[in-house]
Design a protein around this ligand. Structure first.
Ligand code: GLA
Length: 767
């Protein structure tokens, strides 16, 4: 709900109030963003600067308290007495100018106020507050938009040049605000195959920055971040979350003032940015989303997940279950032909997969990553019946068909580049630098966008393609404004291709998670989180992303062990268990599977399908877990599934307790662990302790047994009250060296288990 009275604005939702007012000078004074408050509290919430602050600049000579430098503000000027970081930097032809926007009026609009410049936008907002501010000396108008989406609020800014001379936007943040209090910044940083690692930095008086300048939202610094009180935990404490609906270079900063205010802002990266605004022209920023929770990080995640599921992903895919896919990349790389693909598809179908994805290597001279990118004509040597023929054959097997593209880039060794060397994004007078042997196409050019749209649509309309993986495997070299215009070009292309084809499931990817952001999610319901599919690495990658993104948008595949990036050997059940908390897929050579592995994968897929809605759309909670283990839980309609994932084992492990979340204390629940089994070969020479006959460790008998048989591993099956399960129960015992016990969990490093928790009918008597 958005309320207005006597220049006080109040955006409220259950558990949250965001309030500010236009003060006597027309500055927008921040009053609160936090637990529910009432409009009548405005005066009590306002800061009291007393008789002023020493050498501070004042807005009126006879009012010592009118110093903008010490006020909490929703937007502040530059060069006008507020020396904290300014959200806008503008220039005229004569150079930098100060800015001093003052309140000029407001409007409350039903729903969202449409963005005009082609940036993506959240949809389904209830109301929008548009506050107009004006700088008369500059002859410019600033509109600040606040849209409510349940417990989340989005903000963006629009600058209009009302003068008769050009204005230059060097920096325009989507929002700026001053929170009361002291926080740590939690951001999600990393790089290729190491995305979204949570890093924590105390926000002091030196500025803390989370930014990307690669032209993309990047795997170095995800645009999403949080500000949390020092003692906030997963389930307690005050936490703020922020994110940007944007896929280009971004910037966010937080900095504490002497007065104890934390200024936080976020928007397009100002590095190299200079956008000319002709008289009458306007510039719009991307939309940013912000949310607050008093229930710790999990509380914040719940709000952000709902926001993404309900307001960000394309309408046709909201809460629509995603298929279990098989992707041929890690199994085949570039080396395949139709018969190999059909063989893999037949195997994938038998396992229970629903969608077969042909990844890189199907077009032009694309037999390695050195050539062919840009030429979307099918390689008939590999695929004599074309994409259409292949899709039909796969369709007849009962599988849907999906295809990989990397339309934004080109190999210099390609027909496209030879025909249009001028289509690449390049700086005049400089040699273009390649990355993964490719250059970026200049999506600012209309003819380039037309080429991409027509070549991709030509393929999509020529065959029954139900899924597209849209890849992008290099960083940009474009700076500032050019990089921003590139992103606008990208959104135009995505809109033109996919808006008329809403039922195609689009999964975007950028060498894994190099563009995992809300901008891309407005077009693609899911994103490939990382090229790193090692399940233990994924605990950090998916775990990091889970703070701000729901599991429905994370592509999570089971791949081969030892893993290509870590050489780590992990049990197949753990690879499945981790991937369940995302959109499950398989990406390995199915021909290499042993009969025991085939059985395990069949069981995994059947289990996932039986609980798919729960895993993809259930409320996700990070659980407390013993030692360095990770615990994840999803819950929907009274049923929960929880995964406990261990890293390295210690000898003589303590009992440990497992705790679930979100259960009703007085209800009674049945707890069942998913049935898992242990490879016989995994026991090596220990097998002699359990086998009634003498078996040679290196002999044919053990090798054969290992292919076909697996030993049951202990699990839990019991009922208990919600109260006990919330407080912690004692799980099945662990292997302690005395031998195999089928009732215990006989897991070594990287063991894991999944529990399904369902309500029993009838209630526990209250004591
Ligand atoms: C990138 C992607 C992979 C795969 C390859 C194909 O690395 O992240 O998943 O599609 O490109 O070249």
């Amino acid at each position: 709900m958005i309320e207005y009275k006597d220049k006080v604005f109040h955006i409220s939702a259950p558990g949250m109030s965001y309030m500010f007012r236009a003060d006597g000078y027309g500055l927008l004074e921040h009053l609160c963003f936090g637990p529910p408050a009432s409009m009548a509290d405005a005066a009590a919430l306002a800061v009291k600067p007393g008789t002023g602050w020493g050498c501070a600049v004042v807005l009126r000579e006879d009012d010592n308290a009118s110093c903008p430098d010490v006020l909490p503000l929703e937007w502040s000027g530059a060069g006008r007495g507020d020396y904290r970081e300014a959200p806008a930097e503008l220039e005229t032809d004569d150079g930098p100018v100060s800015t001093d926007f003052r309140y000029a009026g407001y409007e409350i609009i039903k729903g969202c106020a449409p963005i005009k410049c082609g940036l993506p936008q959240a949809d389904g907002g209830t109301e929008t507050l548009a506050v107009t501010m004006r700088d008369d000396a500059l002859k410019a108008e600033l509109k600040l938009y606040f849209t409510q989406f349940g417990a989340a609020v989005t903000r963006r800014a629009e600058l209009v040049n009302l003068g008769s001379r050009p204005l230059y936007v060097r920096k325009l943040m989507s929002f700026s605000t001053d929170l009361a209090g002291e926080y740590d910044m939690h951001s999600f940083s990393g790089g290729w195959i190491a995305e979204a690692r949570r890093t924590v930095c105390h926000v002091g008086m030196a500025r803390t920055v989370n930014e990307s300048v690669t032209g993309f939202s990047s795997n170095r610094a995800n645009p999403g971040f949080m500000l949390a009180e020092k003692d906030a935990g997963e389930d307690n404490g005050r936490v703020y979350g922020f994110n940007l609906l944007y896929s280009g270079s971004h910037y966010a900063s937080a900095q504490r003032s002497l007065q104890g205010l934390t200024r936080v802002m976020q928007g397009i990266s100002p590095v190299g940015f200079r956008r000319k605004l002709m008289p009458g022209e306007s510039f719009e920023t991307p939309e940013a989303v912000m949310a607050f929770s008093e229930a710790g990080f999990n509380g914040l995640s719940h709000i952000m997940h709902d926001f993404v599921n309900a307001h960000i992903v394309p309408r046709a895919w909201r809460y629509r279950e995603r298929p279990v896919l098989y992707n041929d990349w890690e199994g085949c790389m570039f080396s395949f032909d139709e018969s190999r693909l059909l063989d893999l598809a037949a195997r994938a179908k038998k396992l229970g997969c629903e969608l077969f994805v042909l990844d890189d290597g199907w077009f032009g001279g694309r037999n390695s990553d050195r050539a062919g990118l840009g030429d979307y004509n099918v390689n008939e040597k590999k695929l004599p019946s074309g994409i259409d023929g292949l899709a039909k054959k796969i369709g007849r097997m009962g599988l849907e068909f999906g295809l990989w593209f990397e339309p934004e880039a080109v190999n210099p060794d390609s027909d496209l580049f030879r025909a249009h060397p001028d289509w690449v994004l390049a700086e005049p007078g400089r040699e273009s630098l390649t990355s993964r042997h490719e250059l970026l196409l200049d999506l600012r050019k209309e003819e380039v966008r037309d080429y991409i749209v027509s070549s991709v649509c030509g393929v999509l309309d020529g065959a029954d393609v139900k899924y597209v993986k849209w890849d992008m495997n290099r960083q940009s070299c474009a700076l500032g404004t050019a990089a921003h215009e590139y992103i606008l070009g990208l959104y135009d292309v995505l809109r033109r291709i996919f808006a008329p084809r809403p039922d195609i499931l689009l999964e975007t990817c950028s060498s894994g998670g190099n563009r995992f952001d809300l901008g891309m999610l407005c077009f693609s319901p899911q994103i490939w989180c990382s090229d790193d599919t090692d399940p233990i690495e994924r605990l950090d990658i998916q775990g990091g992303l889970s703070y701000l993104y729901p599991q429905s948008c994370m592509g999570a595949h089971v791949s081969a062990s030892p893993h290509a990036q870590t050489l780590r050997r992990t049990p197949l059940y753990t690879r499945g268990n981790v991937s369940f908390f995302g959109v499950l897929g398989y990406e390995l050579d199915l021909k290499d599977l042993l009969p025991v592995e085939t059985r395990e994968i069949k069981a995994q897929i059947a289990f996932y399908k039986a609980h798919r809605e729960l895993f993809q759309f259930g409320e996700f909670t990070r659980l407390p877990a013993p030692g360095d283990a990770a615990g994840w839980q999803v819950m929907k309609n009274g049923v929960a599934a929880a995964g406990i994932f261990r890293r390295l084992v210690r000898a003589a492990p303590g009992y440990g307790r497992v705790r679930f979340a979100g259960l009703s204390p007085d209800k009674r629940y049945r707890v069942e662990s998913r049935k898992q089994s242990l490879r016989v070969g995994g026991f090596g020479s220990l097998i002699k302790y359990v086998s009634p006959v003498r078996i040679s460790v290196h002999g044919a008998l053990l090798r054969t047994a290992d292919k076909h048989y697996a030993m049951p591993d202990g699990g839990d099956s019991f009922t208990a009250s919600g109260r006990t399960l919330l407080a912690g129960f004692s799980p099945a015992g662990r292997f302690t060296g005395a031998g195999y016990d089928s009732a215990s969990r006989n897991q070594g490093d990287f063991g894991s288990e999944i529990y399904v928790i369902s309500e029993e009918t009838g209630h526990v008597k209250k004591r």
